[in-house]
Design a protein around this ligand. Structure first.
Ligand code: ZN
Length: 218
């Protein structure tokens, strides 16, 4: 079982489901040749895919195009269904940074065939997490800088106010379709600048005031 860990706390919460938003930054939708969406595009990752900052990402042998995606992650701290603005905000108990590693070649093939993205998004070590800041200890501004570099070269550099759907809008949208439970995580999408990494590459990423993450590709 994988756990959510917190800064300055012994608290550990088992991870439930991980709900991810695709194409939530206009510049990223464009770079992959997609329209800016009218509604959030939703997919899932299993908790068994999780590793933590400092662990290695294993490059799957069945892909030649492993991509990095840096994202703001929301920690859902209470069960919620059909949230309104107020209860959606209340259900978010913490924030962190994470990587949604993606097999882009496989994703394009699956998209072409109209098949689910599952195997492009779900593989061991495809979700890199680190400690969460608890909402009690941090006032989320929504315009924090988000940045990722590979071997010291900046690839993704944006700010959270470029998100098309805000954290509250995302929680409302998902909870109208499936119950969110304590321990669920929401990956809120990646800014532009996604790209390929190969074995030996080191990824370092940061969201201002929220967290830092580091991993090497094996
Ligand atoms: Zn993503």
């Amino acid at each position: 079982m994988k756990y959510i860990k917190f800064k300055d706390s012994e608290l550990e919460v088992p991870i439930g489901k991980m709900v991810c938003v695709g194409r939530n930054y206009a510049e990223h939708a464009k770079e992959l040749g997609n329209e800016v969406p009218e509604f959030p595009l939703i997919f899932l990752k299993p908790a068994s895919n999780v590793i933590y900052s400092g662990d290695n990402v294993n490059h799957p042998k069945h892909s030649n195009e492993l991509h990095h995606e840096v994202e703001l992650i929301l920690y859902i701290g209470e069960d919620i269904k059909d949230a309104d603005d107020k209860s959606a905000e209340k259900s978010i108990h913490g924030y962190s940074i994470g990587l949604d590693m993606t097999l882009r070649d496989l994703q394009f093939k699956l998209k072409e065939r109209g098949e689910p993205w599952t195997l492009a998004k779900c593989f061991d070590t495809s979700a890199v997490l680190t400690d969460f800041v608890q909402k009690n200890n941090y006032q989320f501004k929504g315009n924090e800088k988000i940045k990722l570099s590979v071997n010291g070269n900046v690839r993704q550099n944006s700010s959270l106010d470029k998100m098309i759907f805000s954290p509250v809008e995302i929680v409302k949208y998902i909870s109208a379709r499936m119950t969110l439970e304590k321990g669920d995580l929401i990956f809120t999408g990646t800014p532009g600048g996604v790209g390929k990494v190969i074995p030996g590459d080191r990824i370092e990423a940061e969201i201002e005031n929220i967290g830092k993450i580091s991993t090497q590709i094996k």
